[in-house]
Write a protein that binds this ligand. Structure first.
Ligand SMILES: *Cc1c(COP(=O)(O)O)cnc(C)c1O
Length: 219
């Protein structure tokens, strides 16, 4: 077993006190590691790849809340629509439309977060302010989707003030867009390296992987 139990206990206690939801990011990690964290009481897990999520969901306890946090392709929504708890990275109307369609097929309403582009890096996905406004105006056409918040990723940098400024900008958008005023609105920001700053800047859901499961090895 390779999970960092002591780190988990410390972080989950800290987050509980601050009323911040911990999503344990288990991508590339074996089901045994997820089970170990489950035994310690963790129920929210995040995955980035559709096939990996589908396989893990089938072999793990049914009361796990599965978060899809990766970049979701429209043609793969159907595989996770029956069970996914929250889709974090919705960044286009095309994707919203497909989630709505697949949610309807499964007789459910799927909770989603719109991903906002806050990093200066070209590689990070997400909407800008204008696209967000346009998407918000279309939501009535997607009755089987519930947009309950925003998600964003800061730049990958050691410059903490830059990271803080990016989180601040997302918190700003969260409030000015009106989404932040919804009951139990979610602001998903913060990862292993920057979750403390994210919480100081208003995050109420963090996605933490390597601190809990160790570094990921991609082969
Ligand atoms: C992988 C990933 C995380 C977790 O990253 P860590 O640095 O390991 O905590 C969080 N959010 C997203 C969107 C990810 O892809």
């Amino acid at each position: 077993m390779s999970i960092h139990s002591d780190v988990f206990k410390t972080i989950s206690q800290e987050l509980k006190e601050k009323k911040v939801t911990l999503v344990a990011v288990s991508k590339t990690k074996p089901v045994e590691d997820i089970e170990a964290l489950y035994q310690l009481g963790q129920r929210d897990f995040g995955e980035n790849y559709v096939q990996e999520l589908v396989d893990k969901q089938a072999s793990l306890p049914t009361d796990i809340r599965w978060h899809f946090i990766g970049h979701l392709q429209s043609n793969k929504v159907k595989y996770i629509a029956p069970f996914v708890h929250l889709i974090h990275g919705v960044d286009s109307l095309k994707l919203l439309k497909e989630i709505d369609k697949q949610a309807a097929k499964n007789n459910r309403i799927i909770d989603c977060l719109l991903q906002i582009h806050i990093a200066t890096e070209e590689t990070k996905f997400g909407m800008d302010q204008q696209e967000l406004t346009a998407a918000m105006e279309q939501l009535e056409h997607f009755p089987n989707v519930r947009v309950c918040g925003l998600m964003g990723m800061a730049s990958f940098t050691d410059d903490q003030e830059k990271v803080r400024a990016e989180f601040k900008s997302l918190y700003d958008i969260f409030n000015t867009s009106g989404i932040g005023h919804l009951p139990s609105a979610i602001l998903s920001m913060g990862m292993s390296g920057d979750y403390k700053i994210a919480i100081e800047e208003g995050s109420n859901m963090v996605r933490i992987g390597s601190l809990l499961f160790g570094a990921r090895i991609y082969s």
